[in-house]
Design a protein around this ligand. Structure first.
Ligand SMILES: Cc1ncc(COP(=O)(O)O)c(C=O)c1O
Length: 375
């Protein structure tokens, strides 16, 4: 048996998504930029997908642009906002995904942009009063970049409160919603957000396709120069099958949001219950009993010789999980998130993340393997 509890790293594409994509490759041979019938049909399919994404977020069609995913989208926003919108200062947090943190490092190093990090509590929440204080402190044109849910520990941001604070202080607001699109409803007519990003592979869509929402009040130039695709915002022939797969996956995720949430939430609670029943000395990271993403459980086991190779031993025993986050280098390199929040813990941290396709039997299997490995 193999159990996949690493759904914050990526999710398996849904069968219905795969069907839509295979069908798209057969049905739409034309380039969406061509003016013949094959091209026009392909264009109509892309625009249909855009309409779906816009409808699900209550955005305008003209505010959605397809990209290769979360990393490209956040790079695009942070870099172009500095160039085109006069942003001189960015306020962010130490627990953002590396696609934001490393972009900020580059902007600081190469362009001298001012970067400030907001104060956070031990469970990863930002201190709103500190954000407000920082926003009011200078007259520099400011962009706030804060993620909606942390991918390692699940801590959720109050999107509404931060959006309103930014709006009241004349700051732009970029939010990395890669872990929450398809899991939490977002209504962009109500929540003041300047830029928001999504990635299909986190909600049972394909890898390598995502989108960025750019509020109509903000005009930026393309990040990738080339043809006039994506209304001149991103050169390159569209990933048609990916775009249609993304729209299908997003529609499915939002179509069964409540059932999915309830199922995952009850699995998560059952898992935590079983962990507590079997292990005495555990630390749960983030805010899993309060404002935390229902799909993520990050737990730290006490240091021991047996815990040392826990990730590897779980894999050998048939359980796919991550230590912190899915590291792009493939090595278990520790966690910048946990280091930022509680530096230097010798404990062994494992992130378990669930999908709507996981089962209680799988939880039982994982607990059994943990007991065998750790005792
Ligand atoms: C919070 C967060 N932001 C951004 C990304 C990057 O997205 P993508 O893989 O689409 O580039 C990820 C995925 O690893 C993520 O979890």
């Amino acid at each position: 048996m193999r159990v996949y509890f690493d759904n914050a790293a990526t999710t398996a594409p849904d069968e219905a998504v795969i069907e839509v994509m295979v069908d798209a490759m057969r049905r739409f041979p034309g380039n969406p930029s061509s003016i013949h019938k094959e091209g026009r049909t392909a264009r109509a399919a892309v625009e249909g997908a855009r309409k779906t994404v816009a409808r699900l977020l209550k955005a305008s069609i003209g505010e959605i642009f397809f990209t290769s995913g979360g990393t490209e989208s956040s790079n695009m926003i942070l870099k172009r906002a500095m160039q085109d919108l006069g942003v001189q200062r960015i306020i962010s947090s130490k627990t953002e995904h590396h696609c934001v943190l490393h972009t900020l490092d580059a902007l600081q190093r190469e362009h001298g942009i001012e970067v400030e990090y907001v104060v956070q509590t031990e469970d990863g929440h930002i201190v709103l009063a500190d954000l407000e204080h920082k926003l009011k402190r200078t007259g520099l044109k400011t962009l706030v970049s804060l993620m909606h849910a942390n991918n390692e520990i699940g801590t959720l941001l109050d999107l509404q409160a931060v959006g309103e604070l930014c709006q009241a202080n004349g700051a732009l607001f970029h939010t990395d919603t890669v872990q929450t699109i398809g899991f939490y409803p977002i209504d962009l007519t109500q929540t003041p957000v300047s830029f928001l990003v999504g990635s299909a592979h986190k909600f049972h869509g394909p890898r390598g396709i995502g989108f960025v929402y750019i509020n109509a009040n903000n005009h930026i130039h393309p990040f990738i120069d080339g043809g006039a695709q994506e209304r001149n915002m991103r050169g390159g022939t569209e990933n048609l099958a990916g775009i249609l797969g993304l729209a299908k996956a997003m529609e499915m995720a939002y179509g069964q949001l409540e059932e999915g949430k309830q199922h995952i939430d009850s699995l998560k609670n059952y898992f935590i219950e079983q962990l507590k029943a079997n292990f005495g000395d555990l630390e749960f990271n983030g805010d899993p009993f309060g404002q935390g993403h229902y799909k993520i459980v990050s737990v730290s086991f006490p240091p021991s010789a047996r815990a040392e190779l826990l990730l590897l031993n779980l894999d050998i025993a048939g359980v796919a999980v991550s230590g912190g986050s899915a590291c792009s280098s493939g090595a278990d390199a520790g966690s910048h998130v946990l280091d930022a929040l509680r530096n230097g813990s010798p404990r062994k941290t494992i992130r378990f993340s669930f999908s709507r396709y996981n089962t209680r039997e799988e939880v039982d299997f994982v607990i059994k393997q943990l007991v065998e490995i750790l005792y």
